[in-house]
Design a protein around this ligand. Structure first.
Ligand code: LIP
Length: 281
């Protein structure tokens, strides 16, 4: 089903309101949960009650407003189909669980084969990043742009980590970046990291495997802010995840070389085959 501009306009207005209502829940949970026990989904994979509460809120509001749209969330999974909302209710859960105010809600809307809308909101900082395909990116309504850094000795990259990829590959990429003269950080929220690339706060972000709910909003933000990304949707990333790269143009190839993640050379679109099976978190 192809959506026209009016249909995407309706979802844009809804998405911005949805991000803010979810952020209110998340901030309340953040302030209440300090010192509360935190569950574990697996090694270094935290689950807080707020993750579930925020995702249930988001999913219910989408089902009421756009019942025909698909949904894919980190905590409850879903069958996205070709028109879908892709949501991480709390990205940066490891930070959230330790009362570190570096976490966000990430909401992406996929339609017409591409990411059309992306919203990333850090409630603790009250910073709402938003992008619409072809219409730019903003923070709290003000236009943003990737950095103008050209010299590797002046770069600050972020390299995400997860235990879904052999540690040796992460260490090799980290070593290559430091040896190239870059500074390398890890903030444990991939969505926030991508938003910071779009905002020029970081020169690039890479992670050797990310799930779609962590990165789709941020990848759109970076492209709409003048940045370069790697392929994701076209590799089947919506349901299987894939490696992620996003950077300001002058340093993108250096990040690609250090990490082995290729740069996108065409629009990042969903594969033609229908999406049926789905791996949940
Ligand atoms: C996080 C991702 C990040 C990854 C972390 C973690 P979560 O997601 O955003 O890219 O490096 O290990 O998976 O679990 O906080 O929603």
């Amino acid at each position: 089903m192809i959506l026209d501009d009016l249909a995407i306009d309706q979802r844009e207005a809804f998405c911005l309101d949805l991000a803010r209502s979810a952020a209110t829940l998340a901030l309340d949970g953040f302030e209440r949960q300090a010192g509360q026990p935190v569950g574990m989904k697996g090694p270094q994979d935290y689950l807080t009650e707020t993750d579930g509460a925020v995702e249930r809120h988001v999913r219910a509001r989408i089902a009421e407003a756009f019942p025909a749209d698909g949904f894919l969330g980190e905590e409850t999974g879903g069958i996205p189909g070709s028109t879908a909302w892709v949501v991480d209710p709390i990205d940066g859960t490891a930070n959230f669980a330790r009362a570190i105010p570096h976490f966000c809600i990430s909401i992406a809307f996929v339609a017409n084969g591409e990411v059309q809308l992306g919203a990333i909101l850090n409630p603790a900082m009250d910073e709402l990043y938003f992008a619409r395909k072809g219409r730019g990116a903003s923070r709290n309504g003000k236009p943003i742009h990737v950095s103008a850094t050209t010299e590797l000795q002046a770069t600050s990259f972020e390299l995400g980590w997860s235990n879904r990829v052999p540690l040796a590959r992460y260490i090799a990429a980290l070593t290559a970046l430091f040896e190239a003269g870059s500074n390398v950080r890890r903030g444990a929220s991939g969505a926030m990291a991508l938003a910071y690339v779009a905002d020029g706060r970081t020169d690039g972000y890479a992670e050797l495997h990310m799930n779609s709910w962590d990165c789709l909003a941020g990848l759109l933000l970076v492209r709409e802010a003048g940045g370069v990304t790697g392929p994701f949707l076209c590799l089947g990333g919506l349901t299987e995840g894939a490696a992620v790269l996003a950077a300001s143009p002058a340093v993108a190839s250096a990040l690609a070389t250090a990490t082995g993640i290729p740069l996108l050379t065409a629009p990042d679109t969903l594969p033609a085959a229908p999406l049926t099976n789905l791996r949940t978190a």
